[in-house]
Design a protein around this ligand. Structure first.
Ligand SMILES: Cc1cc2nc3c(=O)[nH]c(=O)nc-3n(C[C@H](O)[C@H](O)[C@H](O)COP(=O)(O)OP(=O)(O)OC[C@H]3O[C@@H](n4cnc5c(N)ncnc54)[C@H](O)[C@@H]3O)c2cc1C
Length: 425
């Protein structure tokens, strides 16, 4: 029997890990979070979805977003390659409520606010502690982790381990559970600008998705302090057709969109160019005995609609609910997490459908709304993050008149059940 001196060990103090930690510690559980980096640390993923509000509110930190002065975001807009701008999707036009305004955040600051909340609620966060191994007992149940820090290696035990390690996806990588989405195989290249152009008034903080050829796109995310996060997402073959140099690719693609060119013209590029591939994956299982996966450690979906932080916060909130119930009942077996996997996967599938539509040559939002003006409402619901509601059948049926939508993937929602011992004959 292991020395289980923590109820819960959480790998990673990103939005998913700190949210789970804050809720569980708030319920009185002994929570240890292991974070490989030292705060404040850089992270991509700055544009939030309006529905992030509700988890932040539950955590008691929604008010801090304006106090800190994060750039407010009221809308999303789409720009064609020749610079034509769609009518912005203003969040308040649909439902005037607390979540009508959201934010563009520097993740170094935002993630630390969440981590501080987890600490305030009683979680212990050890920075510069990298989880190297998952520790299992003789039956394969996860009982702890082996960490490495500047003093060496150590094994730590808990009743349950939650993997919130983001795209490192510690458990999924080590267990070979990671499965790529077959069609969403994109590359992203991004950097930052100072002094680039801002649209006036309410649109100053809008996220802009600006198209380049072959269904590639730029994101343009105006942040506070006169900074803008700008990135390209496109197929590997398209981006790397002439060179692998990210700066050269960036320079070349800016010329593919008039709006982006005009907006970046007065600005100055600053810092490095970042690159990532490994787009859109899900783990084979969301949980096994002793371990549960949240946020990007479970699944990652193309960021075109900024769903990542929302799914990290919401899956963290849900995971905390189920782990709390399991710990209280004294039964932390994998059966406790069957519903969790189904709920998270259903939400991801709703977003995945609209992401697939976005990349389909036949589809455009303008075409959809022209045919079915009344569907602007559920479409906005989807884009603001109302993903845990099953209310989109009519919308998806209408999109299917224009383009094909994917079937749900047949993995991820399941938990890995322990093998049933064979009866002796
Ligand atoms: C190019 C790109 C653009 C994006 N843009 C957006 C956007 O605009 N809006 C949006 O909502 N989302 C966006 N995302 C997605 C968003 O970044 C993620 O969905 C979000 O950060 C997930 O949060 P998380 O807590 O699951 O993981 P993370 O935020 O990645 O946190 C994981 C934490 O675990 C730590 N960790 C990793 N391995 C270990 C280990 N072995 N031991 C200990 N600690 C470990 C990491 O240091 C990190 O702090 C984007 C993603 C990409 C790739």
């Amino acid at each position: 029997m292991s020395d289980q001196n923590h109820d819960v060990i959480i790998i990673g103090a990103g939005p998913a890990g700190s949210t789970t930690a804050a809720f569980l510690a708030g319920k009185g559980h002994r929570v240890l979070v292991l974070e490989k980096d030292k705060f404040p640390r850089y992270h991509v993923g700055e544009s939030m979805m309006p529905f992030c509000y509700y988890t932040l509110e539950k955590l008691g930190i929604a008010h801090k977003m304006n106090e800190i002065g994060f750039q407010q975001k009221h809308s999303v807009q789409f720009v064609t390659t020749d610079g034509r701008i769609s009518k912005p999707f203003y969040f308040f036009q649909h439902k005037e409520c607390e979540s009508s305004v959201t934010w563009q955040v520097e993740r170094a600051v935002f993630d630390e606010v969440l981590a501080d909340k987890a600490r305030e609620n009683g979680a212990e966060i050890r920075e510069s502690h990298k989880v190297r191994e998952i520790v299992r007992d003789e039956d394969g149940t996860v009982i702890g982790v082996e960490i490495e820090n500047e003093t060496g290696r150590e094994t730590l035990f808990a009743k349950i381990v939650i993997d919130a390690s983001g795209r490192d996806a510690v458990v999924s990588s080590k267990s070979k559970w990671r499965r790529r989405d077959p069609l969403l195989n994109k590359i992203a290249i991004w950097t930052y600008y100072e002094g680039a152009m801002r649209d006036p008034g309410l649109d100053a903080g809008a996220t802009t998705v600006a198209y380049i050829p072959e269904k590639g796109w730029f994101w343009y995310i105006p942040m506070r302090n006169n900074r803008v996060s700008v990135g390209i997402v496109a197929d590997r073959d398209y981006l790397y057709r002439e060179t692998n140099d990210p700066a050269a690719i960036f320079e070349r693609e800016i010329k593919e969109n008039v709006w982006i060119q005009e907006h970046l013209e007065p600005g100055k590029q600053t810092g490095e160019f970042f690159v990532t591939g490994e787009y859109s994956y899900r783990a084979e299982y969301c949980a096994a005995d002793g371990v549960l996966l949240v946020g990007d450690a479970f699944a990652f979906l193309d960021p075109v609609f900024s769903s990542g932080v929302f799914l990290a916060l919401k899956s963290g909130e849900l995971a905390a609910d189920y782990v709390n119930k399991a710990l209280k009942s004294g039964d932390t077996s994998v059966d406790q997490f069957d519903e969790y996997g189904v709920m998270v996967c259903e939400a991801i599938e709703r977003m995945r459908k609209i992401v697939y539509a976005f990349y389909d040559d036949n589809f455009s939002f303008a075409k959809l709304i022209k045919r079915h003006p009344h569907l602007r409402e559920p479409l906005t619901d989807l884009l603001i993050g109302d993903l845990f509601n099953d209310q989109f059948d009519e919308l998806f049926a209408a999109i299917e008149e224009i383009c094909e939508l994917p079937d749900p993937v047949d993995y991820g929602f399941r938990t890995l059940k322990p093998a049933v011992p064979q009866e002796a004959t």
